[in-house]
Design a protein around this ligand. Structure first.
Ligand SMILES: [Zn+2]
Length: 488
């Protein structure tokens, strides 16, 4: 944490300015927000961009982490630590450069994760559901998928001799991690048994095979996440979903020298990185559980632990590395309207970012934190500053009521399974319960993504280019420029 602490110190501890108006200044000096504003100005005045080449890039994706998720996640993170949530800072809140990213798809106002990540990793917006192909692809059409492949930043970096990796709390074959290795017309084609016969006949291969069987010059060096079923044959029992009898974990172990395969947090922590050049870790049959459920799944590594191990393996390469780290659980739990788990995983992302800042040199590592899309979480009303963000909107113990006379929550969703029961008098105890679903306006079995711009935070070489309101595809161009990928 040392380096990160230095960053925070540089950004916050500054000399106090000379008072212009003696009387008001006395009041102002005692005001925390006034002082904080002054410190931020001082930091901004002393900021000089690092215009050097980036040796490494770590790209963090908070899946579905719109601005409201950051704000509410920050408040929950502070309150969980017994602090004032509103003024608390997540690790990436301290990053000096930010932008807003327009996330729409080639064919839709609101994007899914497949197009969302493809735009960021390839520079091409595509249609919802497609990965690593340009916008000419047709939905679930193998042939146009094959004809319109576009390379991603990880493949380009690997060809230049850098190491590459993916860390996620979803299945490794889910859309976001696939943005670093996959080229496919449908994100659903994760194992052979997910593909219609005509698609296989037309020459398309599933995402698990694409990850493991990629040629040496583009294959990922590290892949940590969930989704074991997509890599194992049905012959192993319920843990396997493949119908082609392939054990892709075996292929991973045998095709690269010094390759390792682990399935538990203990196994991951025991990996000796100096003897490991290629690391596959799959810790669940499908997605990894939310961190608050890790007591029931003690063999699950945290996002920070996976990030740490990935950096240790990848950073052995003197030419550098590119790493994608995704907190997928934010999106998974927003889909269910369970704000507690979704926002707890914003904090998990923050912790993983802090680890990355600590384990990398800010002079040579560009760290970007963003989202592939938003979720339509709302934070509204005028609850007291100390009110539990997960609970009822209340001031001094008095609930604020809706027009039917019932208490209301601070957080709500535009859509999803969370029901608004106007007959029921919701209590604070119910609302702050871990399994509570925040109310949703439009009833859907799974909440729909939000379409507004998402924040981008950056730190390190060329981070100053993250500025203004930009297309999601711009992030690819910044990364490629920072690595000087176009130079021979
Ligand atoms: Zn989603």
């Amino acid at each position: 944490m040392k380096r990160f602490s230095v960053l925070l110190t540089m950004m916050t501890l500054t000399s106090w300015p000379v008072a212009v108006h003696a009387e008001p200044m006395m009041t102002a000096a005692a005001d925390t927000a006034f002082r904080e504003g002054q410190r931020s100005l001082d930091a901004a005045l002393r900021r000089t961009p690092n215009t050097g080449k980036a040796k490494n890039i770590i790209l963090f994706i908070g899946d579905g982490m719109g601005i409201n998720s950051v704000t509410a996640g920050r408040i929950l993170a502070g309150q969980t630590r017994g602090l004032d949530g509103a003024s608390y800072s997540l690790s990436f809140d301290a990053f000096p450069y930010t932008a807003l990213s327009k996330t729409y798809a080639a064919d839709a106002l609101v994007t899914d994760s497949a197009n969302g990540i493809s735009a960021i990793t390839t520079g091409f917006k595509t249609i919802n559901g497609a990965i690593g192909v340009n916008g000419k692809v047709r939905p679930k059409d193998c042939a146009t998928g094959l004809a319109n492949r576009v390379s991603n930043i990880a493949e380009q970096a690997k060809r230049k001799g850098l190491s590459t990796g993916v860390v996620t709390t979803s299945a490794l074959t889910d859309a976001t991690p696939a943005g670093f290795y996959g080229h496919i017309a449908s994100r659903d084609w994760q194992a052979d048994t997910d593909m219609p016969a005509e698609v296989t006949k037309a020459g398309c291969t599933d995402l698990a095979r694409q990850l493991v069987e990629a040629p040496d010059n583009v294959r990922l060096d590290v892949a940590l996440g969930g989704g074991a079923a997509k890599f194992l044959p049905k012959a192993v029992g319920s843990a396997g979903a493949r119908g082609d009898n392939r054990d892709l974990t075996k292929l991973w172990r045998t095709q690269t020298p010094a390759a390792k395969f682990v399935t538990t947090a203990k196994g991951l922590n025991a990996v000796e990185t100096k003897n490991t050049n290629s690391l596959l870790g799959i810790f669940a049959p499908s997605h990894l559980p939310s961190v608050i459920d890790h007591d029931k799944f003690p063999d699950t590594p945290s996002l920070a632990e996976m990030t740490s191990k990935a950096i240790e393996v990848l950073s052995k390469n003197p030419k550098g590395y590119v790493l994608l780290v995704e907190s997928a659980s934010i999106d998974k739990w927003h889909h269910r309207n369970n704000a507690y788990r979704a926002l707890t995983d914003v904090d998990e992302l923050s912790k993983a970012v802090a680890v990355a800042v600590d384990k990398s040199d800010p002079a040579e590592t560009l760290i970007i934190v963003t989202a592939d899309h938003s979720h339509a979480l709302a934070m509204s009303g005028y609850a007291a500053r100390e009110a539990d963000i997960l609970g009822l909107a209340r001031q001094k113990g008095v609930n604020q009521l809706d027009k039917t006379g019932k208490p209301r929550t601070i957080l709500s969703y535009a859509s999803g399974p969370g029901e608004q029961d106007h007959e029921h008098e919701l209590t604070q105890a119910e609302a702050v319960g871990p399994d509570f679903l925040q109310p949703a306006l439009v009833p859907l079995s799974s909440a729909a993504h939000g379409g507004e711009d998402v924040p981008v935070y950056a730190y390190g070489p060329q981070a100053h280019l993250i500025s203004g309101t930009v297309e999601s595809s711009y992030i690819y161009h910044v990364m490629a420029y920072a690595l000087s990928l176009s130079e021979d």
